[in-house]
Design a binder for this molecule. Sequence first.
Ligand code: NAD
Length: 324
Amino acid sequence: MAIFAAILTNQNKLQDSKKRKACLTQLGIMKQIAVIGAGTMGNGIAHVFAMKGYSVALTDVSEKALEKAIATIGKNLDRMIAKEKISEADKTDTLNRIKTFTKIAEGVEGVDLVVEAATENIDLKLRIFEEIDEHAPANAILASNTSSISITRIAAVTKRPDKVIGMHFMNPVPVMKLVEVIRGYSTTDEVTNLVMETSRNLGKIPVEANDYPGFVSNRILIPMINEAIYTLHEGVAGVEAIDTVMKLGMAHPMGPLQLADFIGLDVCLAICRVLYDGFGNPKYAPCPLLVNMVTAGKLGRKSGEGFYTYTPGSKEIKVSASFQ
Ligand SMILES: NC(=O)c1ccc[n+]([C@@H]2O[C@H](COP(=O)([O-])OP(=O)(O)OC[C@H]3O[C@@H](n4cnc5c(N)ncnc54)[C@H](O)[C@@H]3O)[C@@H](O)[C@H]2O)c1
């Protein structure tokens, strides 16, 4: 029995190493990447691919977003030069590898992998994927950086659901190590392995997850944030007290309320609703305080006020007057 198990283990190892070899061969061929959407995440994704030698076609409907993205990448590379992590020549080479486009049809021409990082809106993403599918080479892998939209749903509007996958980078992309790789219902092992290896090639650590609402990251993070808001709403403790408990007691680098402000309260609410609708379970119901704050336009750092208030150009934060 033990011998039989050992033979099986060896066979599995052999198959795994063959798979890995085939994957690495294909990885060597992956050279051209399209990034759709040049906002917060898109510019970071373009940055990390270009730094590792890939040619990047960065596409956005907005010329202004493209200009801002290139300026941001330049500034982030300058910071790396100041820390002596890269040279001036590395910066020039990285920027030279990024070309910008305003039309998806042009941006995805001849690419091996598309990473979509456009605005989190399901109708928009479905339209974008139809367009990418029409114009990208038939063998190209199509990835989405969505935080909460079903990969299977996105894949269903393409003619290649086996090649559609989630590649969920974290913000800020050049700094954060994790890539959550989400397999849609029809995503093949081959495509998953290739995307895992590509992520490793970027110096990231990929983790595989199946396609259920919130995947792993937001299924755990967003209910924690929602519970922190309920804790505040029910008067159990104040903003600073809640964040301090989680920072000092649980060794979280940032308290959940400050993190909610950082993510954007509108984004937290939208993901909460995806969990609530997706599982039909009342435990995911968004806290009424979160709903009220979003309705009032208090979206966190990006609007200048959430649980804390923010002054542009300053790192100082204060608990919002509403919670003092
Ligand atoms: N911001 C985060 O912390 C974070 C973290 C992980 C994942 N995400 C996901 O990444 C994606 C992008 O988020 P973001 O924060 O970078 O958003 P963002 O608003 O900063 O950028 C979105 C960009 O998409 C562009 N866009 C809109 N329609 C387009 C189209 N048809 N074609 C091309 N570009 C188009 C917009 O002009 C904008 O520049 C979303 O799916 C979001 O859920 C965000």
